[in-house]
Design a protein around this ligand. Structure first.
Ligand code: NAD
Length: 331
């Protein structure tokens, strides 16, 4: 028989952020909340619970998973989409079920369009000038989306939503993916990667970071692109060879760059590092260009997405506790 919600289900969440609390409160079951990362030092806190939910900073390696098992934890659910902080194979070996999270692609897709428009209309310069009462126009002339060809690399969840968002702008949309998304039939023209590089005025990246996608933007691919091309990256920093793109900005090959992610951002983004010496020279150098807009990996960060991350994670734990199929189980 299916357990009633709340009946004998005991879950504890770690890394609970202030902005998540109201979403936890809306759940139909009570979840014990803890702000800290789960580590071997505080693992005793899981005693008496059957499932845990974390964000991505609680590293669940063999040692942690074995300890969780000893304390009676049967299910682990991360409130992130990525799950590379969990040794899934070891969890499976010792009989702990694992789930990742999910949120709709709209937040990242909206953000991508914002970076495109900011890049196209020289927003960073316009804003900086306004701050010092410089209201001159020189150098701020932009272009209209309807005159341009946008190339979408990776037309999965987020890429497809970017295409949907773009359809109202009247631009030509071309795409490249190793798998053609049937939902986009009649909305984009799939081309080869080389053709996409050659024909696009704006290129936006939406592939996962894989061996095949790492540094896909490099000096060779940049060479194929139109002069003044705009590149947007809301996927993973390592899709772009940072040194090569710096060269391409200096030679004016790249007209503007919109980055929500950057190579080696871990340990910097999502933290207050104001008083620290940072060791990412490329990041600082890129930031000073007038035509580079950078944000700290926040494209996902919306009220709606955070709500879905919390909900999906705890629902997975409920599925597990009821012995049910779980849509987001990582096997
Ligand atoms: P998805 O799996 O739905 O889509 C990825 C697409 O990339 C798939 O269609 C796949 O076929 C395609 N692909 C894989 N290898 C390829 C290759 N070599 N060349 C071309 N296409 C290839 O993933 P998604 O949900 O759309 O997310 C895409 C990426 O966005 C994620 O992997 C993540 O890195 C990033 N992301 C960033 C944020 C943020 O806040 N900035 C938030 C969520 C996701």
């Amino acid at each position: 028989m299916r357990k009633d919600l709340g009946d004998r289900m005991k879950f504890i969440a770690f890394e609970v952020r202030d902005y998540e609390i109201e979403h936890f409160k809306k759940l139909k079951i009570e979840v014990k909340k803890n702000k800290d990362n789960l580590t071997l030092d505080n693992i005793n806190l899981v005693e008496g619970y059957e499932g845990i939910s974390t964000l991505g900073h609680s590293v669940m390696n063999k040692g942690v998973l074995d300890a969780l098992k000893e304390y009676g934890i049967k299910y682990v659910s991360t409130r992130t989409i990525g799950y590379d902080h969990i040794d899934v194979q070891h969890a499976k070996n010792i009989g702990i079920r694992v789930s990742r999270s999910y949120y709709d692609p709209n937040g990242v897709a909206d953000y991508t369009i914002m970076l495109m428009l900011m890049s196209l209309r020289h927003y960073k310069q316009a804003m900086f000038r306004g701050n010092v009462n410089d209201y001159s126009l020189s150098g701020l002339q932009g272009k209209e989306m309807r005159s341009l060809t946008v190339g979408v690399i990776g037309t999965g969840n987020i890429g497809a939503q970017v295409v949907e968002n773009l359809t109202g702008f009247g631009c030509d949309i071309i795409g490249f993916d190793t798998f053609q998304n049937p939902k986009l039939e009649n909305k984009i023209t799939y081309v080869t990667l080389e053709d996409l590089f050659k024909k696009s005025d704006i290129i936006t990246l939406h592939t996962p970071l894989l061996e095949s996608t790492k540094y896909m933007i490099n000096k060779d691919s940049l060479q194929l692109m139109k002069d003044g091309v705009i590149i947007i990256n809301c996927a993973r920093g390592e899709l772009i060879n940072t040194e090569d793109i710096i060269d391409a900005i200096e030679t004016r090959k790249v007209g503007a760059l919109g980055l929500d992610v950057i190579e080696d951002e871990k340990g910097i983004y999502h933290q207050d590092r104001r008083s620290d010496i940072l060791e990412n020279r490329a990041m600082a150098y890129l930031r000073q260009f007038p035509n580079v807009v950078m944000t700290q990996h926040i494209a996902f960060f919306t009220y709606e997405a955070v709500g879905m991350m919390v909900n999906t994670s705890i629902n997975s734990l409920i599925n597990f506790a009821n012995g049910e199929e779980c849509r987001f189980e990582v096997k």
